[in-house]
Write a protein that binds this ligand. Structure first.
Ligand code: DAH
Length: 339
């Protein structure tokens, strides 16, 4: 029996040295010290020993048992320690390693210019009004003095939802929506998306953006329009910018004018940006037609107003000398990152 006990001791010591996980350790413990463990079984057989042998073997068995228990406890501690070390090593962070650059997005040039326009006009006291992109024919045309079969409809052919409802071809209907709800004094701008049934080319897109402006009050004249647009052009294109009015026709203004700015690149001498004209067309404008005022229940004998509308893409293209509008919609980052 003495031999058996010593063998258990050497076996367990050997196996313990090879144990590399807590699970293996627990398995060895059960196999040795558990109810059916090798050592437990030897201890159980002690009853068969003679009374002289029993205390001696008993003492030896107890010594071996506590030796094994102690060794197992040590092993357990060692395993826990190395597990922690492994974890610390694996999770080590090198704070000096170069970081991953986060790419920061920015606003699209159309959005940037729209924001600049809004800033300039709100600083002059304009409020921002919004209107629907899906609009009634009456607001997009009729109430703007463009009756059915009017030739102006041809140049603004758009997409129809049904006979009465369409995708607005201009931001001008917002003028009417505001005048129907608000009484003068009115001073609003309205930026937004508009639609036209146009084929895509370097200067056309079926979806684009406009910014509308409207001022209605007592005693508003064309010189107010001119003064305001001059101030706007200087802020947008530079202090030396001049503007010029060219007579034009819009059904909802009378008189109407197209407005050019002196070329901010060449100062008017003629260059690639102004196509050697010295001037660049930027918007349409005029005095609000009495029919439009009347339709909104505003008396043209008491009130007058001016309106203007510009294409935002056009302003972007002028400002950055972009010669093809499609570049603005292709979402090529190599292009967009330049702004
Ligand atoms: N709505 C016109 C267009 O899309 C632009 C315009 C011209 C707006 C004259 C106006 C204006 O408010 O007075 O061509």
């Amino acid at each position: 029996m003495r031999d058996l006990l010593n063998k258990i001791k050497t076996d367990v010591t050997e196996r313990l040295a090879a144990v590399s996980s807590e699970d293996e350790l627990e398995k060895l413990r059960v196999e040795t010290l558990g109810k059916k463990g090798t050592l437990t079984q030897v201890l159980r057989g002690m009853g068969a020993l003679s009374s002289e042998e029993r205390p001696v073997i008993g003492q030896l068995a107890n010594d071996i048992r506590s030796y094994i228990e102690k060794e197992m406890a040590n092993k357990k501690e060692a395993l826990a320690k190395s597990a922690l070390e492994n974890k610390l090593r694996a999770e080590k962070i090198d704070v000096t390693a170069p970081g991953t650059t986060v790419r920061v997005g920015k606003r699209h040039p159309i959005d940037q210019v729209e924001q600049t326009l809004c800033d300039i006009f709100t600083s002059m006291g304009f409020e921002i009004a919004e209107g629907p992109e899906v609009e009634y024919d009456t607001y997009n045309f009729q109430k703007l003095n463009i009756p059915e079969n009017h030739p102006a409809r041809d140049t603004q052919d758009t997409f129809y939802i049904n006979e009465r409802i369409l995708l607005r071809s201009q931001t001008s209907p917002v003028q009417v929506r505001v005048m129907e709800k608000q009484r003068p004094p009115i001073r609003i701008i309205s930026p937004g998306r508009v639609y036209r049934s146009d084929a895509v080319d370097a200067t056309h897109s079926p979806v684009f953006h406009q910014l509308e402006g409207l001022v209605v009050d007592k005693g508003i004249t064309m010189s107010d329009l001119k003064g305001m647009l001059t101030a706007f052009a200087k802020q947008m294109f530079g202090e030396n910018t001049k503007i010029r009015f060219r007579p034009h026709h819009f059904p909802f203004t009378e008189p109407s004018a197209e407005v050019d700015v002196s070329c901010f690149v060449c100062g008017g001498k003629g260059c690639r940006v102004c196509k050697n004209e010295g001037w660049i067309e930027i918007l349409g404008s005029g005095m609000v037609h009495p029919n439009v005022l009347r339709g909104c229940d505003i008396d043209p004998k008491i009130y007058s107003g001016f309106a203007f509308g510009m294409g935002i893409e056009r302003i972007v293209m002028i400002k950055y000398a972009i010669d093809d509008m499609r570049l603005l919609y292709e979402n090529d980052l190599r292009f967009l990152e330049q702004f």
